[in-house]
Design a protein around this ligand. Structure first.
Ligand code: MF3
Ligand code: CO
Length: 388
């Protein structure tokens, strides 16, 4: 680390030594050494300086929906990377070539599968792989990389394990996982957007192996700044706890409608709202078979837990209004007020006595709970200029 006195101000035509004042946008982009001698010098240099931000984000990139009225600050950054391929030897679900999940669409809405011993063992295996792939992908999260970089990590880790990444071409979804930052509720498409220090980001990983699917997701803090933002931590940690509380109920005889009650009670206690249009689902040889699992109370879900059933619970909470809209890509679901959301998901197997969390975290899994801060911590950054 260089001696403080040697650090030069980045201001245009400024020969001063720099102080501790840094450009906030550079900080968020993970650009270091962007120091200025004074607020004034920073402001004067803004027009030239902001070109560096654009450069850091790469040439040839564009917003594919320039006239769309975005609800928050996240934008799609195209072009998407080319379609990723897999070796022929990897077993594919029925939508891999056509984009259409034929088997899933043919299912009855009420018949819940019970897995035999071999099916349960196959679920354990694919879910163990899904945890590994989630952890490897999450370990790559840092300010300055793109969600497409994470897609590549996820895709390669899946292929290395002889797994097909279930999202790829599911109803024509273009990528191998869903990446949902900030106000994106779910089903964000990995693209060229750079992760910023202060973002929160959900990674939703689904794999297909040995004829069975696994599904797991977690929300992570990007850099340290989000960890100091009370709203972000409140929604992330509350959602994590809601999932844990619902899982505690799972055992033979428990009606599926009960999960939503504990989720809603806990969400309310933290002043968070539930995105009720999304729910958990059965999971086995199909990706989204019955039952449908609501995350809110007073729901009318039918069905009772029985040994051998596999399903997901995956609540999504927001700090704002629980209303949503789609981007014109027809996938990216965002809050209508641009407020942040978080989601957590596990694949579960009902046992004779309770539940097995098939996608459980390991001791070294990245992420994990942090305390909810009571005050906002402030670090010194420049102000008076805005926008990238
Ligand atoms: N993993 C999601 C779920 O929890 C489904 C993603 S489908 C995709 O059910 F096409 F959006 F990837
Ligand atoms: Co799911």
């Amino acid at each position: 680390m260089a001696d403080l006195s040697e650090r030069k101000c980045q201001g245009v035509d400024c020969a001063n030594n720099a102080g501790t004042l840094q450009c906030p946008t550079c900080l968020k982009l993970g650009l270091k050494d962007s120091y200025f001698c004074s607020q004034d010098c920073f402001k004067k240099s803004w027009n030239e300086h902001k070109a560096l931000h654009k450069k850091a984000q790469g040439p040839g990139l564009y917003n594919p929906f320039p006239t769309y009225s975005f609800t928050g600050s996240v934008r799609p950054v195209y072009p998407l990377s080319p379609h990723r391929t897999l070796p022929k030897s990897i077993r594919r679900p029925d939508w891999a070539e056509t984009g259409i999940p034929k088997g899933e669409r043919r299912l009855s809405r009420t018949k819940i599968d019970i897995l035999d011993a071999a099916g349960q063992e196959a679920m354990r295996k694919v879910c163990r792989f899904a945890r590994e792939v989630l952890d490897i992908t999450a370990a790559a999260i840092k300010p300055g990389i793109t969600t497409d970089n994470l897609d590549e990590v996820c895709h390669n880790a899946s292929v290395e394990r002889n797994c097909y990444p279930s999202p790829l071409n599911y109803n024509h979804f273009p990528k191998s996982l869903c990446t949902s930052p900030n106000e994106v509720v779910c089903h964000g498409i990995p693209d060229q957007r750079i992760l910023l220090d202060g973002d929160i980001l959900n990674l939703d990983i689904s794999l297909y192996h040995g004829g069975y699917h696994a599904d797991v997701n977690e929300t992570y803090y990007v850099g340290d700044r989000a960890k100091a933002d009370p709203d972000s931590v409140r929604v992330v940690e509350t959602t994590r706890e809601c999932l844990d509380k619902a899982i505690e109920l799972v055992k033979p005889g428990m009606p599926i409608r009960e999960f939503g009650k504990v989720i809603e009670e806990h969400a309310k206690s933290r002043n968070c709202k539930i995105m009720t249009n999304w729910g958990g689902h059965g999971i086995n040889t199909e990706f989204h078979p019955p039952p449908w699992i609501p995350h809110y109370s007073k729901n009318k879900a039918v069905g009772v837990c029985k040994p051998g059933m596999a399903f997901t619970i995956e609540p999504i909470l927001t700090v704002g209004k629980p209303r949503e809209v789609y981007w014109p890509d027809d996938w990216t679901n965002v809050t209508i007020d641009g407020k942040r959301t978080a989601q957590f998901e596990h694949t579960l197997l009902v046992t004779e006595t309770g539940v097995e969390v098939l996608t459980a975290r390991n001791e070294n899994s990245p992420g994990g709970p942090i305390p909810i801060p009571t005050t906002t911590e402030k670090t010194e950054t420049a102000n008076g200029a805005s926008g990238v």
